[in-house]
Design a protein around this ligand. Structure first.
Ligand code: ZN
Length: 194
């Protein structure tokens, strides 16, 4: 189920960006045609489309996607994370907690979620989370968060973050996954009331 969700998300996103079939790409590569195919696909236009989809993603769409993607990463992280990954997560936790303003907290909150994705050691997943961060940095999203992230909620989010990182460190994918779902559902409730 978890693997199916992740596979679906990755396949779904990948199909928009890359050729559908890895063996097809391999054959093209061996035939020396790969670059020609890539050039023909107009990478500039593709990059524009990616930026465009970031700019037009609503907070509700983003939250829907995050709730499906981020919990599914727990298994990959408990398998692949290194001590350096956990250090990066701890740094984000500390900086978020010490942040003097809600903006600073937000910044380190996003950095933590990205650090968690980095710990999958899957470049494609990391790229997807880069896009999540890019959407979160949009002005409209920022204003929405300003109204929603109160000091009390921030304390609760910090606890949730600690629980997620602790479970990942203990290589407990099930608990980490449950904590990630709780955290994102909590954020969604605060944002949209459901
Ligand atoms: Zn968070």
């Amino acid at each position: 189920m978890k693997k199916t969700t992740l596979t679906f998300v990755l396949t779904f996103t990948a199909s928009a960006v890359f050729a559908q079939n890895a063996s097809q790409v391999q054959k093209l590569f061996e035939a020396g045609e790969y670059q020609r195919v890539v050039d023909a696909a107009q990478p500039d236009a593709e990059a524009d489309r990616v930026l465009d989809s970031v700019a037009h993603t609503s907070p509700a769409e983003l939250m829907e996607a995050r709730l499906r993607i981020e919990p599914a990463l727990a298994e990959l992280i408990v398998t692949n994370a290194t001590p350096a990954d956990f250090e990066r997560m701890e740094t984000c936790l500390d900086k978020a907690e010490r942040g003097a303003t809600l903006d600073e907290f937000e910044l380190w909150d996003a950095a933590l979620h990205q650090a968690i994705a980095t710990a999958t050691h899957n470049r494609f997943v990391i790229r997807v989370l880069d896009m999540v961060t890019a959407v979160r940095q949009q002005a409209e999203w920022g204003k929405l968060k300003d109204r929603i992230v109160t000091p009390e909620r921030r304390i609760k989010y910090q606890e949730e973050h600690r629980n997620i990182v602790r479970a990942l460190k203990e290589r407990d994918a099930e608990r980490a996954r449950a904590f990630i779902i709780d955290h994102l559902q909590h954020a969604r409730r605060n944002l949209f009331g459901f």
